[in-house]
Design a protein around this ligand. Structure first.
Ligand SMILES: *Cc1c(COP(=O)(O)O)cnc(C)c1O
Length: 390
């Protein structure tokens, strides 16, 4: 019997140790980690360069209220603004909190700075933005909302990559558009460049803010620091979390200078957000990506992995489609993905699902070609075996 609420469908393995691209369970079995804690441990498990910096911070200062100036938080903010089109940062503890902050900032900017009664946020079908009441309302998936009525007002969901539907949803109450550049939980769907151009034009025409949810795609996952940088667009607010702290809980938003006025003293806050330990982990993560030129590596390994999977799809008719950007990869199957995930786990390889028929692979940036070869080979065998039983 477990004393935990049963709100996760947990896999029946007990993980006790991680190192580099591998995890170990209590019984000592080793697993190749293509999950990375859902795009969190992007530098591998317990990355040495981050560990050293967190240990230094552990010896110096653990926590400090945001009533004080915190140098390491300032440093991380400076770094993040240098990597994005944003000028100001706010730190929190998770992806949902980052999106919550973005929604609050967008509304407050429209209402207090622009002096317009605008509050509606347009989001997209199959999107995922988090589990707080506002962010689950923003999420375009019914299962996430089931049983949580009444939901907050002011959210409208339209089909993804559908310019006409988006245009039709804009009213005088529209405040912002919030999107994932590549939908993660919703099945690894990239936004089309034409759709992003359309969004850009609509935001300019109607004075809307563009919020890009980079909680999963950010911090190098797609081969650029942020996925919006694959497109010709500058969001007003970028949200991030998962990969930022290498496993240390931290979330952030980065926004344009014009928004600073909307978040004056006392408007928003959190006790733990921007905690020195979390910021030290974040700063070390960004420095490690830079020093090791991991963005180029993500591009290279992602292309290599996708090429392997494309070859597999030619040989295996049950692979319907392979898509992705960098090391965020989806493999769409002709049948349920769950048994494939379970059989891969039995083979010592961990991967994820994203929707009923979709495998999702989020390997660490440190993945090696031999490990990709091994995973592709195992997947081919598992798919062939599974196809015979369904
Ligand atoms: C995971 C995720 C979130 C929620 O992040 P939490 O840290 O779980 O609150 C929000 N948006 C996207 C795109 C995500 O992938």
């Amino acid at each position: 019997m477990s004393y935990l609420f049963p709100n996760y469908g947990r896999w029946p393995i007990r993980i006790t140790k991680g190192e580099g691209n591998y995890l170990w369970d209590e019984a000592g079995n080793r697993y190749l980690d293509l999950v990375s804690g859902i795009a969190v441990t992007s530098l591998g498990n317990v990355p040495p360069q981050v560990k050293v910096k967190v240990q230094e911070q552990l010896d110096t200062l653990w926590h400090c209220s945001n009533l004080f100036e915190i140098p390491v938080q300032e440093k991380l903010a400076a770094k993040l603004t240098s990597l994005t089109c944003g000028n100001r940062a706010f730190f929190c503890n998770s992806g949902a909190e980052a999106n919550e902050a973005a929604i609050k900032l967008a509304r407050r900017y429209q209402q207090k700075v622009q002096k317009q009664n605008r509050y509606e946020v347009i989001t997209f079908e199959q999107s995922f933005h988090g589990r707080t009441l506002a962010t689950l309302t923003a999420t375009g998936q019914a299962k996430v909302k089931d049983g949580f009525d009444p939901l907050p007002e002011g959210f409208v969901t339209v089909p993804y990559n559908d310019a006409e539907a988006l245009s039709a949803a804009i009213t005088e109450k529209t405040c912002a558009i919030m999107l994932e550049m590549v939908q993660g939980e919703g099945g690894v769907h990239p936004a089309s460049p034409e759709f992003v151009e359309h969004i850009k034009a609509l935001c300019a025409e109607h004075d809307l803010l563009l919020i890009v949810d980079e909680v999963q795609t950010g911090i190098g996952r797609t081969g650029k620091w942020f996925a919006y940088q694959h497109y010709n667009v500058e969001p007003d607010i970028i949200t991030m979390a998962k990969g930022l702290g290498s496993g240390f809980p931290i979330g952030a938003i980065v926004g344009k200078e014009k928004l600073a006025e909307a978040f004056g003293p006392g408007t928003h806050g959190t006790t733990f957000g921007g905690n020195p330990l979390a910021c030290a982990a974040g700063l070390a993560t960004l420095e490690t990506i830079e020093e090791n030129e991991y963005l180029a590596r993500v591009e290279e390994m992602g292309a290599y992995f996708i090429e392997k999977l494309n070859r597999l799809s030619e040989a295996c008719p049950d692979v319907v489609n392979v898509r992705g950007k960098g090391l965020m990869i989806g493999v769409e199957l002709a049948f349920e993905a769950a048994p494939v995930v379970a059989k891969m786990r039995e083979q010592g390889i961990l991967l994820l699902q994203a929707g009923p028929n979709m495998l999702r692979l989020l390997p660490p940036f440190t993945i090696e070609k031999e490990e990709i070869d091994h995973a592709a080979q195992a997947l081919e065998e598992v798919l062939n075996a599974t196809a015979q039983t369904v």
